[in-house]
Ligand binder design. Structure first.
Ligand SMILES: [Zn+2]
Length: 233
């Protein structure tokens, strides 16, 4: 078969020799999918890469649907990536943080600072100073006598503001975790499907080898029979 006559048996488009396969060289599942579409395909029919990818996707779609019911958004993304050959994995941290608004950046910075030893030690020093100054009356005189009502007001105001800021930051963290786990799910599913495909390919290869071996053996037996017959005559 020359390069000019290579035409896909499914869509009829001209194909490059490297991008096409014979029907008989495809894994059984992909072959069954193509035969279901066009039952009259010969084993030597040339199939283009796009049609192979499409039928493989159909096979995987059915496989996943049979195993788990309806397909989700993530499953579809994995199937798209298998069909197109593009990587499915993204780096959630890479595009995270670039498009943060000023408020989100401030919330992140504040909650980071509020959860640090610097904040705890610094705040303890301020509290200690406030109480010491008011007990001793040094520097500013007693502006908040024992039991420090003003300090109570300041502390509860800080606590009231701190809680929503921390919640804001936590919500963003959860969103980030969700993106990460989605990414993990997609990568794992794709790897699982690719490994299954590799298994099918290896099985096909072993079967071919076995057939070839049987054929060689048959030829050897025929040769032996011929030589013994010649020897007798
Ligand atoms: Zn085609």
């Amino acid at each position: 078969m020359t390069a000019e006559t290579m035409v896909c048996a499914i869509c009829g488009s001209a194909v490059q020799p490297g991008a096409a396969r014979r029907l008989s060289d495809l894994t059984p599942a992909t072959r069954a999918m193509l035969l279901q579409e066009q039952p009259a395909l010969a084993p030597s029919a040339i199939i283009c890469g796009d049609d192979i990818a499409r039928s493989r996707r159909q096979h995987l779609e059915r496989l996943l649907e049979n195993e788990r019911g309806a397909l989700g958004r993530l499953d579809k993304e994995v199937l798209d990536s298998l069909q197109s050959g593009l990587p499915v994995a993204t780096e959630p941290d890479a595009d995270w943080g670039e498009d943060r608004t000023f408020g989100e950046k401030a919330a992140d910075a504040l909650s980071r600072f509020a959860g640090s030893w610097t904040f705890i030690i610094g705040f303890s020093v301020v509290l200690g100073l406030w109480m010491a100054l008011n007990v001793t009356g040094l520097l500013f005189g007693v502006f908040d006598p024992y039991p420090f009502i003003l300090l109570n007001l300041v502390l509860s105001s800080i606590a009231a503001l701190q809680a929503p800021v921390i919640m804001m930051s936590q919500r963003r963290q959860e969103e980030k975790d969700r993106l990460r786990s989605e990414n993990d799910y997609k990568v794992n599913l794709k790897a699982e499907l690719e490994i299954r495909h590799l298994h099918d390919k290896i099985d096909l290869h072993l079967m071919r080898q076995w057939e070839q071996l049987a054929m060689i053996q048959r030829m050897q037996i025929e040769l032996l029979e011929e030589t013994t017959r010649e020897g007798r005559n």
